[in-house]
Design a protein. Structure first.
Length: 211
């Protein structure tokens, strides 16, 4: 893979929203756009539509103990999702994408700007740094969608990076996510609060701790 590909965007491009043309119909959806009778798993800032073979994990920050991301294992792939507050009329993905490229470059990794079903995305090679695996790298796709007053980021790993059929399945899962922005004022880029499922009958996701 080539070294990090810089993006040349002007100020107007950086403020533009980035989302599929059919986002409001086919997702990722805003809460106001979702079918209220569908049996979603309510995780606070997002809702997930359960399906056969899907495993949920809550990623918990070690110090604060707050839930900072939702991990979804499905069809040989993993998808990490995070919802953020965003301005009403402008987007975050173009700017955040550039920052991700810079962060991965500092880690010794590389990124390549590509175009996928959600628009611009990053294909990344990231040093694994695992014990006994010096020099190994992992592949990941960074995807993002700007919605109404929110931004949804996804990180795909596993088969969804290298296999077209697996990619289609994990992309459809990302499409099915519903973002619950709420009416509380929040600064742009703040993580929309996530929590364990609120419905007692739902199986609780497995919590994992992140540094």
């Amino acid at each position: 893979m080539s070294d990090t590909t810089p993006e040349s965007t002007d100020a107007t491009d950086e403020q533009a929203k980035s989302a599929p043309a059919d986002r409001a119909e086919n997702g990722p959806l805003d809460e106001a756009e979702a079918n209220p009778v569908r049996p979603y798993v309510d995780l606070g800032g997002i809702k997930i539509l359960p399906r056969e073979g899907l495993q949920l994990r809550l990623e918990v920050e070690e110090g604060s103990k707050r839930v900072v991301a939702v991990g979804l294992d499905y069809a040989g792939s993993t998808l990490q999702v995070q919802p953020f507050a965003a301005p009403r009329s402008s987007g975050l993905w173009h700017e955040i994408r550039q920052q991700i490229s810079e962060q991965i470059a500092k880690q010794g990794g590389t990124t390549k700007l590509t175009t996928g079903p959600f628009g611009p995305e990053l294909l990344a090679e990231i040093p694994a740094n695992a014990a006994g695996q010096a020099g190994t790298r992992r592949l990941a796709r960074f995807i993002g969608v700007d919605g109404p007053r929110w931004f949804l980021r996804g990180v795909i790993a596993g088969q969804g990076v290298v296999d077209a059929e697996a990619a289609a399945k994990i992309e459809e899962l990302f499409r099915s996510v519903v973002v619950v922005r709420g009416s509380t004022p929040m600064p742009p880029r703040d993580l929309i609060p996530l929590n364990v499922p609120r419905t007692g009958g739902q199986e609780l996701p497995t919590p994992t701790t992140t540094a």
